[in-house]
Write a protein of this length. Structure first.
Length: 337
């Protein structure tokens, strides 16, 4: 069905939502693509970008090639993602550092609802689908418990490879590309490049992302075409396992010492105090690099942090808002169909 200008504006808005999610280390843009109903169209469009496209351009012209890759769709989506990353990077960074509980609560509700949304699309539960869900859930959970690299690497070759790896995670619902960048020690250099408008670094990371995206999308497209139910169950498992990363209440158990890479218990770092919980993954304190955390109940969070407000009520309300938002989007999609 041919799309009009209104359709492409909606696609651009979905791209903005994907871009906002990808900035947060724990939320996948692929999840947003799936719950907004553009996931398979996105995979199909990307996977059509190949060497055969050059032959199409030579024989039939640029217009035919543009139609082959669903160029208008990709352009609208890309514009939305680009605008979102450029405009929201600083806001998301501020929220991560100052209101992490509220930010994570909203995304937790959103991702929780997306599990139901994606799971409902599995038409037949086979033993392979069940095993895929369980295995993917364990893998995703394990990834969320990994310790990020202490050192940060700003070399262009490293950032190219980081972009290629992270983009594969970004198009997988449940696996956060931004969190993969954190694990690799590339998140802060890339975020700094975006904030500072470092076009050279942005271009290198973007090139790496393009290479990774073109390669991985073909694999996913083939899996959807041949093993859709199992693929959906695996994606659902990834999202379930990733919930640990975006759980709103976490306590810092230890920190890395910047100069030596040594890990020391947080209880011995009295000069940092409870404020360090709100300075996750920053280097605002001289001599310290990154916090190691674990998920806890909100009551325990408050006790550990000298009865610091766990913001339970606003957190629950924001989680409900995120959950309801997905349900509304699903109802609108069904109504449109």
């Amino acid at each position: 069905m041919a799309k009009n200008t209104k359709n492409y504006i909606v696609i651009a808005l979905k791209g903005m939502a994907m871009g906002a999610a990808d900035v947060v280390p724990g939320v996948s843009g692929g999840t947003i693509a799936f719950i907004t109903g553009i996931y398979e169209e996105l995979l199909s469009a990307i996977s059509n970008i190949n060497l055969q496209l050059l032959i199409t351009i030579k024989k039939e012209g640029f217009k035919a090639a543009w139609k082959t890759i669903n160029g208008n769709f990709l352009l609208a989506l890309g514009i939305g993602i680009f605008i979102s990353i450029l405009t929201l990077a600083k806001s998301i960074k501020w929220l991560l550092e100052n209101e992490p509980i509220l930010l994570w609560s909203f995304f937790f509700g959103l991702v929780l609802a997306s599990i139901i949304y994606i799971g409902k699309q599995i038409t037949k539960w086979t033993i392979y689908a069940v095993l895929g869900l369980i295995l993917a859930g364990f893998i995703a959970y394990y990834i969320t418990t990994l310790t990020p690299l202490v050192s940060e690497n700003s070399s262009l070759l490293f950032l190219f490879l980081a972009g290629a790896i992270a983009i594969c995670a970004m198009i997988l619902p449940g696996i956060s590309g931004a969190f993969i960048l954190v694990l690799l020690g590339a998140y802060k250099p890339i975020l700094a490049a975006v904030n500072d408008r470092d076009l050279k670094t942005i271009a290198v990371v973007g090139l790496g992302a393009i290479v990774g995206l073109l390669s991985f999308s073909k694999i996913l497209k083939w899996l959807f075409a041949n093993y859709k139910n199992v693929t959906l169950s695996v994606l659902t498992g990834f999202i379930i396992g990733s919930l640990n990363k975006i759980w709103p209440w976490k306590i810092t158990t230890s920190v890395f010492v910047k100069e030596t890479g040594e890990t020391i218990p947080f209880s011995q770092v009295s000069e940092l105090g409870s404020l360090f919980v709100y300075q996750q993954q920053t280097s605002n304190f001289e001599g310290y690099k990154i916090a190691l955390e674990k998920s806890v109940l909100p009551t325990h969070f408050s006790e550990v942090n000298n009865f610091l407000d766990a913001q339970i009520l606003p957190a629950i309300l924001l989680a409900i808002a995120g959950f309801v938002l997905i349900l509304l989007m699903e109802k609108l999609a069904i109504k449109k169909q």
